[in-house]
Design a protein around this ligand. Sequence first.
Ligand code: 2AM
Length: 491
Amino acid sequence: MSGDCDFGLIGLAVMGENLALNVESRGYKVAVYNRTTSKVDDLMEGRAKGKNFVGTHTIEEFVKSVKRPRKLMMLVKAGPAVDALIEQLLPHCEPGDIIIDGGNEYYLHTERRVKEVEAAGLLYVGCGVSGGEEGALKGPSLMPGGSAEAWPHIKEMFQSIAAKVGPNDDIPCCEWLGAGGAGNYVKMVHNGIEYGDMQLICEAYQLLHELGGLTNDELYDVFEAWNAGELQSYLIEITRDIFSVKDEQGDGHLVDKILDVAGAKGTGKWMSQLALDLGVPSTLVTTAVFARGLSAQKEARVRASETLNGPSAASNPEMQAIAKSLVGDRAEFVEAVRQALYASKIVSYAQGFVQLQAASAEHGWGLDYGAAALLWRGGCIIRAQFLDRIKEAFDKDANLENLLLDEYFEKAVENAQEKWRKVVAVASIMGIPVPAFSTALCYYDGYRMARLPANLLQAQRDYFGAHTYQRTDQDGTFHTEWIQLRKEPKA
Ligand code: 2AM
């Protein structure tokens, strides 16, 4: 037996409730269920009153109220709760039904569940959902992956509820990404890129505020101007807004009263750990995670600030003159920081896509990189115009090895690099930490070197551990008795 609902949603916390309302608003009939069933009644009596919803109180009733093949989406706590729910759903489902997880799930759990659910004759989708509560209601960015057979069944509905972009606001931020845990992985990389973007903006802020002497009102104007150009993005826009908010409990701006200790929920850490496992240098996200870690050591930093001295540059007219000669007057400095931010951001996205490629190759997902760029274009936290360019780059070459090699980005970094280098140099001279600006620059310089000093590193490894090495002029594996051949030390 099956009912006449087009879609079922389990988990009526704010995200789930908003997503259900979004689906219903597009003309679909929606069944809802929640473990604590009073939430179902609250919704039915409240925001869903008079709308096309069916409230259910048991899993069986929930499943039976949806048309086959059923589209049943869970928005519950990630981890064991999802496994427990799948187990409860399966006995009531029928072959071909589709179970969708919209939680922020670790991708390997989804890899496993796709296999388990497919073995039971059903289909499984792990779908990243980004855009917070408002996005869920009005149009999130959706990142689905898993059983490919499920896509034709959910495509129309998912694309209808997703954020829309493009000149006519008709391109949905939702495309099929690939097999297994591809959707969750893309969502994780989205979050990791968000870590990098935020850290880069914070470094720009510190430079402009502490070195440039810009006030919050001036920072507002700078971010407003930046948001009208290449850097246009949601994060630049909200940063602009933050500089306008006054403290309701006292004088001045609220941003100056906020404790400088960063929180984190862990997706940046996941991406960093997985980058280490894959052996790909995603240095922006790792640096951003470590920068948050250092910020959290507030008491230790306060103690150290009383003992450890920075460069004398801050009070040395000669050094200040050098700094000024590098970056010019205030307006030139602001522009140099903008260019450093833009170039670093390009490197950050390049690294994110390299990691996606490595993960896709390892798991055989056949990930669609242009689709990933497209669906980050709207609805989500890293939404930015710039992603159109990334989509174009992957449309031109689906297997683009590195975004930096695309002509548009190659030129963009080339144009920005002089100012970018000067900003990193000045920050170093003046003792202002710019870990993300500088790690991005080091990646750029390392990546464009045909020869790195790893020849010496291999010699060291072979010297102390007989780890062997390869030669540039002959095939094979070599080992040298370095001690026998070395020059005798004097003493
Ligand atoms: P609850 O209202 O009964 O707590 C976010 O926590 C959402 O996940 C809530 O809707 C919550 O239901 C649901 N949730 C958390 N753990 C769950 C579990 N083990 N089984 C079913 N739903 C769960």
